[in-house]
Design a protein around this ligand. Structure first.
Ligand SMILES: [Zn+2]
Length: 396
């Protein structure tokens, strides 16, 4: 395969907005062969190099959406839509949604709950080059309590033996990560309330032990503070949502627990919908502001946070990642840090820190080229010129 030399007005090379002006990236096959000033790299390219020049653009690492559900279609009732589809129909929809993610600049997506291991099938088809899409990390079936949050995905477990068996089943099915619903959630009618725990600390310890013995990290869905506390004590790797809700429907921000999260290096994925502004209108300004205040509080305490959209749940579409991360700008987080939350920090949190998340030599050629400078205006991320996932362009 001929080398591809991408030159641009600016190449983001590291965290905190570190970049090279008038830079270039040399892609060889599916890896990055060199990064640096344009003139230096031009001398390194082989005779057969093809060059693409984007003088008014920025090259950055492909984006990472750390929380999606490809099996859901973002419709008003994604659960019913999913249940009405047979596996082949559902798979076709998932492939289409993966393509949408890629087209918006997402080159890695963590799927945190699907049906019948379809996300694993899609992951493998994309990895083989049979379908376009981001690299997928798949959780397969989320563990939940009987009748609990997302029970209809097939992951109901009670007691240590059943928990261990479900983790092992998921690992055999090809899971990259184990997902557990520690508390109730929004999309499950008739399930436990969002402020109720579904598993004890001991249950969660069993999940973590079994996952660790198979070399898999654990992502835990937790809204209520009691569930967050149990997850932290159990030693999970990421906490999804982490809204610090209280049993009475209010909020319970605990500095001691926040300090433990930070010390343990647990990453929080807020899984903020691209439709967060509409959400704020629906739940009411005051409640929405309380939620945003809890996120701002976590950021100010230095808790590591990563970007995710919960794409697939109602109104959380697959081609508006930038809408989601604009919520972090609303919180007051500076743009270079927001980009890190969607690239280098997310890669580290997902165990891919030595493979993707920044354009470095030997890393996967996951590359996004956008017009303008996203360090100055987040809107630049919407002006996508080129996306490469493992060296393959999103189109054609
Ligand atoms: Zn989710």
């Amino acid at each position: 395969m001929a080398d591809l030399l991408i030159t641009a007005g600016r190449v983001l090379t590291g965290p905190d907005g570190e970049s090279v002006e008038d830079g270039a990236v040399l892609v060889r096959g599916n890896v990055i062969a060199a990064v640096g000033p344009r003139e230096t790299l031009a001398a390194l390219a082989t005779d057969e190099v093809s060059t693409r020049s984007f003088p008014d653009s920025t090259v950055l690492p492909g984006l990472i959406d750390s929380h999606v559900h490809l099996a859901f279609d973002a419709s008003s009732d994604p659960v019913a839509a999913r249940q009405a589809s047979d596996d082949e129909t559902l798979m076709a929809g998932m492939a289409d949604r993966a393509r949408q993610l890629l087209g918006s600049g997402v080159t890695t997506a963590r799927d945190l709950g699907d049906r019948n291991g379809l996300a694993v099938r899609l992951r493998d088809a994309i990895a083989e080059g049979a379908l376009p899409g981001p690299r997928i990390l798949a959780a397969t079936t989320p563990l939940t309590s009987t009748g609990g949050h997302c029970w209809f995905l097939g992951g109901e477990v009670e007691g240590a033996d059943a928990i261990r068996a479900m983790v092992r089943r998921n690992v055999r099915a090809g899971a990259d990560v184990i997902k557990v619903m520690a508390t109730g959630g929004g999309v499950t009618r008739g399930g436990p309330a969002i402020w109720q725990s579904q598993f004890s600390e001991d249950d969660l310890r069993v999940v973590v032990e079994e996952a660790q013995s198979a070399g898999r990290p654990v992502a835990v869905h937790a809204h209520v503070t009691e569930g967050i506390e149990a997850a932290v004590a159990a030693g999970v790797d990421t906490i999804e949502h982490c809204t610090w809700m209280a049993e009475d429907g209010g909020f319970d921000l605990r500095e001691d627990l926040a300090a433990k999260i930070k010390a343990a290096g647990i990453h929080i994925c807020t899984a903020t919908s691209p439709n967060w502004r509409g959400f704020a209108e629906r739940v009411g300004h005051e409640r929405a502001e309380q939620l945003f205040a809890s996120m701002r509080w976590m950021d100010q305490l230095g808790i590591p946070m990563i970007a995710g959209t919960d794409a697939g749940v109602t109104r959380a579409v697959f081609d508006k990642f930038v809408n989601s991360i604009e919520s972090y700008q609303y919180l007051g987080i500076p743009l270079p840090k927001i980009i890190d939350m969607a690239t280098v920090d997310a890669a580290r949190a997902l165990g891919l820190g030595s493979e993707t998340g920044r354009p470095a030599v030997g890393y996967r050629a996951d590359i996004l080229v956008v017009d303008g400078n996203p360090l100055d205006e987040i809107d630049a991320l919407r002006r996508v010129r080129l996306v490469l996932a493992a060296g393959r362009p999103s189109l054609g």
